[in-house]
Design a protein around this ligand. Structure first.
Ligand code: SF4
Ligand code: MG
Length: 318
């Protein structure tokens, strides 16, 4: 469970510097080794903040983040160092995280040098060639610069860089959202192959439910900084309980949704700076009542092995 203090959401705070903001408050989930946990929600729901918390880039103001049995929240940079190499991130726009003047070889070798994983240049060279091959590129591609590659190839480069430190855990923040559908599928397949091969654990973040359900074992749905529902992916797809999960699923055009109408997601996401009272989803919820407007719903277990935070579900009227 973790909360984030206001200074962490710099971008939003620049626009509203005097406002108090809790970016995420009430996210509680576990990711098991070798699985993919998908995190979905509309933009601004706190997915990326949750991701950065998970790898220790942000420190929580309350709550705990455990990695392999260690609470990483209170660790300083030096204490964090041995764990850092075991956690990596892949972003939507790898180009933004590459130094454009570096050859790909140097980009991929950077984590190896930073974490001092190999000593001499020949070993590093061989490892970079191996990594390039593993992600479907050629060793000779190491000579090129990032701008010489397509978007999909650049994402392969960022995956190679993430793998370079032999991580256990990779946070993938919208890794395929900027790619064409056919390229998306190639990258997702590559990620799945690598997961099997190295027993990687993924936290996979996307606003695209179809992609998340395709790749995830379990899925959490976030709304305005809180986790409103989580369940095994198949269960969530078959039997979504929270009205917001239902709204998101109903808007997916290409999933088999037996007998349910396809309706676009309706309503605007309220500002996280002044969230609605009670259940923050109530202004958009067709099942909202007085209690929903006044009282924040507690998280309860569902029979499907999931959890949901909704008065309507708890009361048995949804
Ligand atoms: Fe809708 Fe009430 Fe459930 Fe919130 S708590 S999702 S408003 S029924
Ligand atoms: Mg984001």
């Amino acid at each position: 469970h973790f909360d984030v203090s206001p200074p962490l959401l710099n971008r939003i705070l620049e626009r509203a510097p005097k406002q108090y903001l809790k970016a995420v408050d009430g996210i509680d989930f576990e990711i098991h080794k070798g699985e993919t946990f998908g995190l979905v929600g509309e933009s601004g729901c706190g997915k990326s903040t949750a991701a950065r918390l998970a790898v220790g880039l942000y420190a929580p103001s309350a709550g705990a983040i455990e990695f392999a049995g260690t609470d990483i929240g209170p660790l300083n940079r030096r204490q964090m160092a041995p764990l850092r190499s075991r956690m990596q991130m892949i972003f939507q726009d790898p180009y933004a995280s590459f130094n454009p003047r570096w050859r790909v070889r140097k980009i991929i070798a950077e984590p190896i040098r930073v974490f001092k994983l190999l000593k001499n240049d020949a070993e590093i060279e061989a490892r970079v060639a191996e990594l390039l091959t593993q992600v479907g590129l050629m060793p000779a591609d190491g000579d090129k610069y990032p701008h010489e590659f397509s978007g999909g190839q650049r994402q392969r480069i960022s995956i190679a860089r993430a793998l370079a430190s032999n991580p256990d855990f990779i946070v993938c923040d919208e890794p395929t959202s900027a790619l064409d559908v056919s390229v998306q599928a190639q990258i997702l397949n590559l990620m799945r192959d690598l997961q099997r091969q190295y027993r990687l654990t993924y936290l996979f973040i996307s606003h695209d439910l179809a992609v998340v359900f395709h790749i995830s074992d379990r899925v959490g749905v976030m709304y305005l900084g809180a986790m409103v529902e989580q369940a095994p992916a198949s269960e969530l797809l078959r039997n979504p309980r929270h009205p917001y999960t239902r709204m998101l699923l109903d808007a997916i055009p290409d999933l088999e949704m037996s007998g349910r109408a396809r309706t676009p997601v309706s309503g605007e996401v309220p500002s996280p700076i002044s969230p609605p009272s009670g259940c923050t989803f109530h202004p958009r919820c067709p099942h909202a009542n007085e209690r929903c407007r006044a009282e924040r719903p507690a998280t309860i277990a569902t029979d499907g092995g999931g959890q949901v935070a909704c008065h309507g579900v708890e009361e048995g009227r949804i």
